[in-house]
Design a protein around this ligand. Structure first.
Ligand code: GLU
Length: 284
């Protein structure tokens, strides 16, 4: 049951990210599985090497380790290209030249249609236009759900394609990630099937919410791991609080990742988001 840590280096890791990564580490280490490291640095505008390096440093500081080399998605284009070709060969890909605006207004029309079946997502306007696949358009995946982008018009690969290809490449059988990614299961399973890959089991773990009820992000203040470190927190104090928020440590007792591992129990991890009342002491 090989697992993985897959941070996105588009900013410094904060306690919400650290919480999911800690659970991925606990899940793998408690079952004696290998744990691979993958940098989800696909987005050329937002990903920075400095953030990737900082993430590795922050995770090591927390006492989380991994096995083998780091896999960088930014260096994996050939793999995505050959998966895309495999889908093209099965006629599962079409080109789409809809602007964002056209997609939004098409969706409104569909939703407003009085007797039509309401569609939550993009209605697949270009599916039968036969636009050339090499014409600089976005490429979408044809399946029973909303056709999603595999490759953007500017050539950037989509998260859905990359994650499926890389999880298979690294032989990942146990995926632990934030609850916000739960809705990616159907599209990812469809891709796994179309590509003939072996799937994984998924555990979607609770998100951390800020005082405003929104998912924790850097606009909530100095919540990065390195902010806590700069304020003099020890890794044990931070893991104590994070594990408390997750329902694994009643008194928020400081403890190392290794100590937490000895008492870790999947069943005790709460399924609800971690609420701001529990988070607040972290930056008080
Ligand atoms: N890199 C993603 C994140 O940081 C995780 C992707 C995944 O686990 O599928 O949220």
């Amino acid at each position: 049951m090989q697992g993985r840590l897959a941070p996105s280096p588009s900013g410094h890791l904060h306690i919400g990210n650290a919480s999911s990564l800690l659970l991925a580490w606990l899940d793998a280490r408690s079952s004696g599985s290998a744990l691979m490291m993958r940098m989800d640095d696909l987005d050329p505008q937002r990903s920075k090497m400095a953030f990737a390096e900082a993430a590795l440093t922050d995770l090591s500081w927390m006492g989380l380790n991994w096995d083998g080399e780091v896999l960088y998605q930014s260096a994996s284009h050939d793999r995505y290209r050959s998966a895309l070709q495999q889908l093209i060969d099965q006629d599962l890909v079409y080109a789409c030249n809809c602007s964002r605006k056209a997609i939004q207004s098409a969706m409104q029309d569909v939703v407003r249609a009085p007797h039509g079946k309401p569609l939550a997502g993009y209605p697949g306007t270009c599916a039968n236009k036969g636009l050339p696949l090499n014409g600089g358009h976005a490429l979408r995946f044809r399946w029973s759900g909303d056709p999603f982008v595999l490759q953007r018009a500017d050539g950037a690969w989509s998260y859905q394609l990359a994650v499926v290809v890389d999880d298979a490449h690294q032989a990942i059988r146990s995926v632990v990630r934030g609850m916000d990614l739960k809705e990616s299961i159907p599209p990812q399973k469809a891709l796994i099937e179309a590509l003939g890959l072996e799937g994984a089991t998924y555990w979607h773990v609770p998100l951390w919410m800020g005082p405003d009820g929104h998912r924790l992000s850097k606009r909530h203040g100095d919540i990065a791991i390195r902010d806590f470190k700069a304020r003099g927190w020890t890794p044990e104090a931070l893991i104590g609080w994070i594990s408390h928020g997750l329902g694994l440590n009643e008194q928020a007792k400081p403890l190392s990742a290794q100590e937490l591992l000895t008492v870790f129990d999947h069943q005790r991890v709460k399924s609800q988001p971690v609420l701001h009342e529990e988070v607040l002491p972290l930056w008080a």
